[in-house]
Write a protein that binds this ligand. Structure first.
Ligand code: FES
Length: 136
């Protein structure tokens, strides 16, 4: 009797092949479902020649032009994606969702729960309109 029960607990070769075959089919389906097409870079033109107080807040980024340096930081929190607020007095970004803070010059997370730094966008500074082109 125990011999019969043991034999039933094993998989037959056919069952094993069917299981492996279904895994082989599921893998590419799962890969396809998780695949995301990378977003094309979008240039954003800024027509202001001089930024007020050395920065400009846009809906997706904050553009800085200070001390001969120009840079743009994303306003998307690296924790769960909330929109960050820039605080000029402390020169930091703060997240309204879980209060992460980021350094406005380096983009580094200075208070959690976020640990990844903010995304820098390439900025092209020009002599004529548009005076700044930010590639988001
Ligand atoms: S989403 Fe910004 S800290 Fe959580």
């Amino acid at each position: 009797m125990t011999r019969i029960l043991k034999a039933r607990n094993r998989w037959s070769r056919r069952e094993l092949m069917a299981f492996l075959g279904s895994l082989a089919l599921l893998y590419p389906i799962c890969r396809f479902a998780s695949f995301r097409v990378p977003r094309k870079p979008v240039p954003v033109n800024i027509s202001k020649p001089v930024l007020t107080n050395g920065f400009l807040v846009s809906s997706d980024f904050v553009l800085f032009d200070r001390d001969g340096k120009t840079w743009a930081l994303s306003r998307k929190c690296t924790h769960l994606g909330c929109k960050l607020t820039y605080h000029e007095d402390n020169d930091i970004f703060e997240c309204p969702c879980h209060q992460s803070q980021f350094n406005a010059e380096t983009g580094e997370a200075i208070r959690g729960p976020a640990v990844k730094p903010l995304v820098f966008y390439p900025v092209e500074k020009r002599e004529s309109d548009p005076f700044y082109v930010v590639i988001t």
